[in-house]
Design a binder for this molecule. Structure first.
Ligand SMILES: C[S@@+](CC[C@H](N)C(=O)[O-])C[C@H]1O[C@@H](n2cnc3c(N)ncnc32)[C@H](O)[C@@H]1O
Length: 276
């Protein structure tokens, strides 16, 4: 097995029987399955820094309709895929490298009654097992940092998208002031973390047949929040945490990400581009 794949799978297997643990926590809290909403599941099944709110903000940068078929690359345990299907009524296929994540995604999706619209495959984003021109939109939420061959990734995204289809990517990039501190949320060390400066990433997408429609980086986010302060998010009482999914050292990893960003060692961007 390729060293990067092994490192990612080892990292993702922090919690054995992940689906069983998530279900046990929800059952112990007395929350019935019909109430396992994206908000209740979010702290454990949205595996990225901004949680469900980040997925919602990103979705608001584009238009998802009921008749669409979305592909979620590096889907983790399926939190964003279930959110898209629940919120917009669309069909979603998720794909991830880690078999245990795919098992967990399928079990949780069955429990919340979405298996007829949300399906999962185990596979590699740089070699997608899908026909050309199959999807209306392709998502990759905090995934690309683990992918060395970006050119191949972007060309696969382009290949499976319908003409005029959109790609939505959120990622952390290499900042101007040196290497970030590890362990980080997506990698315990630099051996499977492949950060690109944001301009380089954008250039690769543009040269690969995409037109950038939305580009929201940290500075743009700060400006928007100052101009249009977001309403307070309602607190949801949920017993789930990101540590259940990612392990007890997750707070240290998240803190390293924050510190690295503050010192200019990491950048982040949410973007949407169109296949031209
Ligand atoms: C930080 S998690 C994000 C999961 C999900 N997008 C979410 O936001 O909840 C990154 C995911 O990308 C997956 N991944 C990394 N490299 C991949 C590749 N080459 N192909 C498919 N999945 C990959 C990892 O297994 C992991 O589940």
């Amino acid at each position: 097995m390729d060293g990067t794949v092994k490192a990612i799978n080892d990292d993702n297997n922090a919690t054995p029987d992940l689906a069983g643990r998530i279900i046990a926590v929800l059952e112990a809290a007395g929350i019935p399955e019909e109430n396992w909403t994206p908000e209740i599941l979010g702290p454990a099944d949205q595996i990225h820094g901004g949680g469900l709110l980040q997925t919602q903000l990103h979705a608001a940068l584009t238009t998802i309709t009921k008749d669409m078929h979305l592909l979620d690359i590096g889907c983790g345990i399926g939190g964003p895929a279930r959110y898209f299907a629940t919120e917009f009524g669309c069909i979603v296929t998720g794909i991830d490298l880690t078999p245990e994540y795919i098992d967990t995604a399928r079990i949780l999706t069955g429990k919340v009654g979405l298996s007829d619209r949300v399906a999962f495959d185990c596979g590699d984003a740089t070699d997608l097992p899908y026909d050309d021109v199959s999807f209306d939109m392709v998502w990759a939420l905090n995934v690309t940092m683990n992918i060395r061959d970006r050119q191949k990734l972007y060309s696969e995204m382009w290949r499976v998208l319908k003409d005029g289809g959109r790609v939505a990517i959120s990622e952390l990039g290499q900042g101007p002031r040196g290497d970030p501190y590890y362990p980080l949320p997506w990698a315990r060390d630099a051996s499977y973390s492949f950060l690109l400066p944001p301009d380089e990433m954008r250039g690769m997408l543009e040269n690969g047949g995409f037109r950038v429609l939305e580009w929201v980086d940290e500075a743009a986010r700060r400006q928007a929040a100052e101009k249009y302060p977001p309403p307070p998010t309602p607190e949801v009482d949920t017993p789930l945490t990101i540590e259940i999914t990612r392990g007890d050292d997750y707070p240290e990893r998240r803190a390293n990400s924050g510190r690295s960003a503050k010192e200019g060692r990491l950048t982040n961007v949410m973007m949407v581009a169109e296949k031209v």
